[in-house]
Write a protein that binds this ligand. Structure first.
Ligand code: NAP
Length: 525
């Protein structure tokens, strides 16, 4: 597929008028063809207007048509996977095999959401039939279903350039809900973004849908993102990236005359708590497994386990040595973008200045944007004293915390801000302590893992990739998994409607054959 560097606005290719850029190959530190143009306010307005024009018809498409769109996108991703993975690798320095895995995961997500759409449960069809004889007052017929919010602005993430980007879970779940999507591509991988954008644009056209169902924009600086969030026809926003960026956009959306929901995923250190019996029994294995997981994708993963806490005692030295060995052996590798690399170096300094002691370091950087792996150690009292030590260092660095006793372990757990995940390494003897820790962790995380290491996110019905602030801006929702669709839906109640005017999901004979809650009971009747 030929890259043109144009914006994709509905069915059109548009050369942006607000500047241009070339992609960077961060491994070689050279720019790569072609020139990509930036959009401005005019292009934002055109894309959003088209999305609004598309909304009513797209939101009312049959479940079969919408599911077919998602499957076409999945097929399109499958067809370009080798090319997409090669381009994404050139632009990010991530290995081709890893990116092929991401493309496969993306295609699977679109197919899974097609199945969610066909099942129709996302409508949450709920029927309270009329009760004309009810005393003291008759009840009118009330029926509720969920409909789509409207046009959604999605900010593609930098760190998973396929599965959290243009063809990522946000796009899949918003399209599944019935929302047109305007995608603000991340400038870290413009070519990969264009390839995925073309697949979606083609699938919209092949499905005979309104062209405004999907547009892909690119911009310099904050202007285009701000214009999207401000646009009165945008009805929701998703974002994955820094806490500063996410909160700037969140606050902006709340200042609108009509505030809209903004679902940001920002920062998490995914703490691992190693309880005493587990530490004594298998300290070295835990240290090795944690560090291996921490180093995956050069430490640039939202679920990277970044902080390990263990009570000093039997097994601690073995754990520490295993962690140091892994880090010592690791070569420096290219980070995603110069900006992320510079932020990483600054954050290493922040840890040093806050009293963390560097106890291991991997190979020296050779390339301009290489990140050197680093392991810090600190004692529990210092961590309690210096809260900045518990903040994210996005990159291949981890902090080992030597905790004095179990009371200090619980006190530290209480100090963590909201997290995407937390892990407990436990043996049966640790269960009593685990029961004390559990309610503390439940309040602070969206996922609790036992005896495993934070793992590339499983995309399934029970998946939760969310958590209290600052992990996300809205802990009630997930950005990964089948319930991610709920971010883009809102309830509408239809009172006293004749059957002919009711949406199909709510009609008397249940023409869609979906599960519905009728008078409080689930049935397909
Ligand atoms: P970012 O700087 O927050 O940018 C993400 C996207 O949002 C980009 O498209 C950016 O546009 C846009 N944006 C950011 N701030 C904005 C604002 N105030 N107004 C309008 N648009 C705005 O994130 P990043 O480039 O991916 O990485 C930077 C840092 O984010 C990393 O070093 C890391 O600390 C953190 N991060 C964390 C995670 C995680 O999962 N925990 C994932 C990725 C990144 P422009 O590029 O055009 O400015």
């Amino acid at each position: 597929m030929k890259l043109t560097g144009n914006l994709l606005i509905g069915a059109q290719e548009v050369s942006g008028t607000a500047g241009r850029m070339m992609a960077l190959n961060p491994v070689m530190n050279v720019e790569i063809e072609p020139l990509f143009t930036f959009g401005g306010i005019e292009q934002v307005d055109r894309a959003v207007q088209l999305a609004d024009d598309a909304f009513e018809s797209y939101n009312r498409t049959s479940l079969a048509v919408r599911a077919a769109l998602l499957e076409r996108i999945a097929d399109g991703l499958d067809a370009i996977t080798p090319e997409l993975a090669r381009r994404a690798s050139l632009e990010t320095g991530l290995p081709v095999a890893q990116l092929e895995g991401e493309a496969a995961k993306s295609a699977i997500q679109f197919r899974q959401f097609a199945s969610v759409v066909r099942q129709g449960r996302f409508r949450q069809a709920t029927i309270d039939p009329s009760q004309p004889a009810r005393q003291p007052r008759a009840r009118m017929d009330h029926r509720m279903q969920k409909i789509a919010l409207g046009p959604i602005a999605i900010f593609g993430a930098s760190n998973f350039p396929i599965s959290y980007s243009v063809a990522g879970g946000d796009t899949a779940s918003a399209l599944a809900a019935g929302c047109p999507v305007i995608l603000k591509a991340h400038n870290g991988h413009p070519g990969a973004s264009e390839l995925m954008g073309r697949v979606i644009q083609q699938a919209v056209s092949d499905s005979g849908l309104h062209e405004g169902v999907f547009s892909l924009l690119r911009g310099a600086g904050n202007e285009i993102g701000e214009a999207l969030v401000d646009h009165p026809l945008i009805k929701g926003v998703t974002f994955t990236g820094s806490e500063g960026g996410g909160m700037a956009l969140f606050r902006r959306a709340q200042r609108r005359p009509d505030p809209i929901p903004v679902f940001t995923e920002m920062t998490s250190v995914n703490p691992t708590f190693v309880l005493p019996a587990a530490l004594a029994a298998r300290g070295a294995a835990i240290g090795d497994g944690f560090t291996e997981r921490m180093l995956v994708t050069v430490g640039q993963a939202c679920l990277k386990p970044a902080i390990l806490l263990a009570v000093d005692g039997p097994g601690y030295l073995e754990l520490k040595n295993a962690m140091m060995l892994r880090v010592d052996e690791m070569q420096a590798r290219t980070m995603l973008t110069p900006g992320i690399n510079m932020a990483y170096r600054k954050n290493l300094e922040r840890q040093n200045n806050a009293g963390a002691v560097q106890i291991a370091a991997g190979g020296e950087p050779h390339g301009e944007w290489d990140g050197q792996s680093v392991l810090f150690e600190v004692d529990g009292a210092c961590l309690l004293d210096k809260p900045t030590l518990s903040e994210e260092v996005f990159g291949p660095a981890a902090l080992l915390v030597r905790v004095e006793d179990v009371e200090q372990l619980i006190a530290i757990a209480r100090r963590f801000r909201g997290q995407l995940s937390a892990t407990m390494q436990i043996d049966t003897v640790d269960y009593a302590l685990a029961e004390r820790l559990l309610p503390v962790l439940e309040r602070r995380t969206g996922r609790i893992v036992v005896n495993a290491f934070a793992h590339p996110q499983e995309v399934s019905y029970a998946s939760i990739h969310g958590g209290p602030f600052p992990a996300t801006s809205d802990s009630r929702f997930t950005s990964v998994g089948m319930s991610a669709i709920e971010r883009f839906l809102r309830p509408v109640c239809y009172q006293g409607f004749p059957d002919e005017l009711l949406p199909e999901a709510l009609q008397h004979n249940n023409p869609l054959g979906i599960w519905r809650l009728t008078d409080g009971e689930l049935s397909k009747a």
